[in-house]
Design a protein around this ligand. Structure first.
Ligand code: HEC
Ligand code: HEC
Ligand code: HEC
Length: 399
């Protein structure tokens, strides 16, 4: 147990990158593959540039690039190593690459650090860009000093690309260390089971002489069909729209028990959802993708592929194209949903799928959609269906 918590603590330390940053935009003009004039006529400083580059709340360049900074333990492999970049490019070329790589490669995974805010979708900070003009000039001054050779190829662990989810879904479980997997599997060590128990209690609770969930669905939910639980989100004939498992529970709670409505992702609903979905543990996810579900699935797929926020990322950028790579020491998975609601070590909380969507969107400084919105519902349909065939793991453990 001591060993386990030590692993967890080091991982927590690793993940403490956060704290949003936003800066004013100084317009620039590109010529070919370069921005010849310094932004706002400012002068760069290489020493400050190195600080910006190391700072996780600012450049966070090491999240994706290797640099000749051997004391930095966790360097990413999503982008090319930056060794020798000052020899390969002039300062104008470096400036355009750091300001807005999309000009050179519209599909790039590199965030535009000083982009025209009008080219950004749903930014959390409207009208702002990521880094200040001075930061860009400092970075360019630092990068221009990098003239050394490329690193030997085996100096870091490289992520193996994962297969596309549509070919072969891979659960995030496969990316956990063996002691974390053992913790998830062990009902007594898995902290998510505290929420299962809270949900079980709510399921059997009687309020002011009213009914209980268990009155209709059996003691311990024995009358539920696990295969049917594993098929959520599901089409509802009466309502003429799809329902997530939590939305279904919420309706039952209001309509069949007459309880007052709770907002989507209220902890009590999440606990009930955790309890009910855990009854389908081991059952393969089987979301219907045809018939009336089809248009919702397609809407969810469009959202998955849409770029958002001042970092201009889509879900697909990280969970399809970069799946299997390291993002600053964090191994990117396919973003599967078969373990939700799941226990996150980072927050110490059981987290619903839609809360996870919000956490990912905020991670790249995009404005989240409201919990329970049609957008999140459709995204949930698409994300769950990408994992059709994976075993339900609720409550999973993840970082
Ligand atoms: C999310 C990942 C990511 C982050 C963060 C990131 N980059 Fe990149 N970067 C890339 C990728 C991927 C490329 C390859 C170019 C492409 O996508 O076409 C790249 C390319 C570059 C290049 C051109 C390298 C070459 O050899 O052509 C430079 C210079 C660069 N990045 C600098 C930076 C700096 C400086 C930062 C921090 C302010 C940074 N990058 C942050 C992903 C990233
Ligand atoms: C008075 C009886 C009754 C009570 C009480 C009740 N339900 Fe239901 N529940 C139903 C019926 C009937 C359905 C079938 C769907 C429908 O027509 O609404 C259902 C469907 C469900 C489903 C979907 C099952 C599936 O396989 O698709 C879930 C999950 C569920 N209820 C959870 C709950 C929870 C949790 C509670 C307590 C908060 C609850 N129900 C309280 C009658 C009840
Ligand atoms: C900048 C990269 C990045 C982007 C973009 C991103 N995520 Fe994530 N996401 C992560 C990281 C890092 C994790 C935790 C490690 C992992 O499972 O990949 C994660 C985890 C997840 C998980 C949990 C996986 C599991 O096994 O528990 C889901 C679901 C998810 N993301 C969905 C999304 C959705 C939906 C979007 C688009 C709205 C999105 N992500 C965009 C980085 C990203």
């Amino acid at each position: 147990m001591v060993m386990k918590w030590r692993t967890i603590v080091s991982v927590l330390w690793l993940l403490c990158a956060s704290g949003a940053q936003a800066a004013d935009y100084s317009p620039w003009q590109a010529q070919g593959d370069s921005i010849p004039e310094p932004l706002a006529g400012l002068q760069g400083d290489a020493g400050r540039g190195e600080q910006v580059l190391r700072d996780r709340r600012r450049g966070n360049c090491l999240a994706c690039h290797q640099l000749p900074l051997p004391e930095e333990a966790f360097q990413g492999t999503l982008g090319p190593p930056l060794h020798g970049v000052g020899k390969r490019y002039g300062t104008g070329q470096l400036r355009l690459r750091v300001a807005d790589m999309r000009r050179l490669n519209p599909d790039t995974l590199m965030p535009p650090f000083h982009a025209d805010p009008q080219t950004l979708n749903r930014p959390l900070f409207p009208g702002k860009t990521f880094l200040a003009a001075q930061d860009i000039e400092d970075l360019v001054a630092y990068l221009a000093t990098l003239k050394g050779p490329m690193p030997p190829p085996s100096s870091l662990r490289h992520g193996e690309p994962l297969p596309p989810a549509e070919q072969r879904p891979v659960s995030g479980y496969a990316l956990l260390e063996p002691d974390m997997q053992a913790m998830q599997d062990d009902e007594f060590e898995n902290p998510g089971f505290m929420t299962v128990d809270a949900g079980r209690q709510a399921f059997h609770a009687r309020h002011e002489g009213g009914g209980r969930c268990a009155d209709c669905h059996g003691e311990d939910g024995r009358k539920f069909d696990p295969a049917s639980i594993a098929a959520y989100p599901k089409w509802d004939e009466k309502l003429g729209r799809p329902l997530t498992l939590q939305a279904r529970i919420r309706r039952c709670r209001q309509e069949r028990l007459g309880r007052s409505p709770l907002p989507y992702d209220h902890p009590r609903l999440v606990a009930l959802e955790t309890f009910v979905r855990h009854l389908a543990r081991g059952e393969p996810v089987r979301v219907k993708v045809d018939g009336p579900m089809r248009p919702h699935l397609e809407a969810g797929r469009r959202l998955w592929n849409t770029r958002f926020g001042i970092a201009d990322f889509s879900c697909a950028d990280c969970h399809d194209r970069a799946a299997g790579q390291y993002l600053r020491g964090q191994w990117l998975s396919q973003g599967q949903a078969n373990g939700f609601p799941e226990y996150r070590l980072k927050t110490g909380k059981v987290t619903s799928l839609q809360t996870r969507f919000t956490q990912c969107l905020k991670k790249f400084y995009a404005k989240p959609f409201p919990q329970g919105s049609p957008e999140y519902r459709d995204l949930e349909i698409y994300v769950m269906s990408r994992g059709n065939g994976l075993a339900i793991e609720t409550p999973a453990i993840r970082y």
